[in-house]
Design a protein around this ligand. Structure first.
Ligand SMILES: C[S@@+](CC[C@H](N)C(=O)[O-])C[C@H]1O[C@@H](n2cnc3c(N)ncnc32)[C@H](O)[C@@H]1O
Ligand SMILES: [Zn+2]
Length: 299
């Protein structure tokens, strides 16, 4: 198939998913229902209209958004993800979701801050059941890569603080190494839905920090598990720690993909590549929670 034809068929695969699942959407301007017209634009009952891109993703942002996540960063991220760097984490998440969806003949998952879409696509493939996948990210470059590399799912440029989706539509919300908006996530999750968030822990990439900052301690964000517990119920955590081997090429990609090294001088980057980091520590917590339903009291 030539490039143009392949692009059209990817667009169609993505557009068909949007058309089939239009009930999930709500207009980001007026919150009315959206419908896909001519497999090419989402239109609400108030006539706000959003064209699908050539790759078949929708851009449902309102106003301009700046992001530091560019094309090169997502390409580096994809190489790292394809190397198996995140596999143990993705396996754990897939198992959690698989148990959660056991009795459901069909379900919908949203990945809020999906980046270039590989995590969501891998999880959907491994689940081996009829699950609708929706990936949203504020970065157009991330969603463009997702729509091209992982067709057959729903890819949307959107702000997770103003999600263009109707209430209580999702069985699972994923939020992997991305910012959260708990009011929005509570609104989107079905009453029996599952929230799964991945956050970095103290030792994550400590060897890289040692080279770039002469220290290995991570600056901790405010306690993310406590933040989740303020908004959700039955909060559990699972810590995942392992070592991953790095050759020169992967190290170069890792340096490119992580905000940790943004702004580092070229000398520092070259020094890191010269010294080499044969093995890197991966240290995450998966936070798992259910929706807090109105009227239930917790002791
Ligand atoms: C560290 S990356 C993680 C991406 C992906 N989950 C992964 O693990 O490869 C953080 C992502 O959050 C996205 N992001 C930041 N603020 C956002 C917002 N308000 N709405 C949607 N996405 C956002 C960024 O564009 C970026 O893709
Ligand atoms: Zn509208």
């Amino acid at each position: 198939m030539n490039g143009a034809k392949a692009m059209i068929s990817k667009k169609m695969m993505n557009a068909e998913q949007i058309e089939k699942n239009a009930h999930l959407f709500s207009c980001p301007v007026c919150e009315a229902e959206l419908k896909l017209i001519d497999k090419s634009r989402l239109v609400c009952t108030e006539n706000h209209s959003f064209d699908l891109s050539r790759q078949g993703y929708a851009n449902l942002t309102t106003g301009g958004h700046l992001t530091k996540y560019d094309k090169a960063l997502f390409e580096a991220r994809k190489t790292i993800i394809d190397s198996g760097f995140f596999n143990p984490v993705l396996d754990s998440i897939t198992n959690l979701i698989s148990t959660q969806l056991e009795d459901k003949p069909e379900a919908a998952i949203i990945d809020a801050g999906c980046g270039e879409g590989s995590h969501l696509s891998t999880i959907l493939r491994e689940l081996k059941k009829n699950v609708t996948g929706v990936g949203i990210d504020l970065s157009k470059e991330g969603i463009l890569a997702a729509a091209k590399d992982h067709p057959g799912h729903i890819w949307v440029v959107a702000d997770l603080a103003n999600c263009p989706f109707a209430d209580e539509q999702f069985d699972v919300i994923l939020n992997i190494l991305s910012p959260a908006n708990y009011a929005e996530f509570s609104r989107l999750l079905k009453p029996d839905g599952l929230f799964v968030k991945v956050v970095p822990e103290n030792d994550y990439l400590k060897e890289l920090r040692a080279v770039f900052y002469d220290e290995t301690e991570r600056e901790q964000d405010s306690d993310p598990t406590a933040r989740v517990a303020e908004h959700f119920s039955a909060v559990k955590t699972e810590r995942i720690t392992y070592q991953f081997p790095l050759d020169q090429e992967l190290l170069a990609k890792l340096i490119r993909m992580t905000p940790l090294t943004w702004g580092a001088s070229e000398e520092k980057v070259n020094e890191a590549l010269r010294i080499g980091i044969p093995s890197i520590t991966i240290d995450f917590t998966i936070i798992i929670a259910t929706r807090r339903n109105e009227g239930t009291f917790e002791c």
